[in-house]
Ligand binder design. Structure first.
Ligand SMILES: [Zn+2]
Length: 87
C-alpha cells in the first residue's frame, strides 16, 4: 500500500493513500474490534476498495461489510482460535 515504489514513477499509484480508507469508519466504531491486523485494503483508482480478511478467507466489497464482518461471530471465533494456536 506504499505510494512510492522507489525509482519507478508509475502514475497509476500516485493517488493511492497510505492511510486506509476504512480507518475513519473504524475510528467511529464504539464496540470492541478484534483481528483488524488480518484485514487488508486494496485501493483501486476510480473504484471502491476491496477488502480481504486473511483469518476467515473472506472477500469484502464495502467498508460497511467489513464492519459487519469484524463484529461477526465467525470472525471473532477465527480470531480466538488463531490466538490460542500461537500459545
Ligand atoms: Zn475475518
Amino acid at each position: 500500500m506504499k505510494a512510492d515504489s522507489g525509482a519507478q514513477s508509475d502514475s497509476k499509484y500516485e493517488n493511492i493513500d497510505e492511510i486506509p480508507i476504512i480507518q475513519s469508519k473504524i475510528n467511529e466504531e464504539a464496540g470492541p474490534i478484534v483481528g483488524l491486523d488480518y484485514v487488508s485494503e486494496m485501493q483501486r483508482l476510480h473504484q471502491d476498495p476491496l477488502y480481504q480478511c486473511f483469518l476467515c478467507s473472506a472477500c469484502l466489497t464495502s467498508s460497511s461489510s467489513v464492519i459487519d464482518h469484524l463484529y461477526s461471530l465467525k470472525h471473532k471465533m477465527a480470531f480466538l482460535v488463531n490466538s490460542f494456536r500461537s500459545f
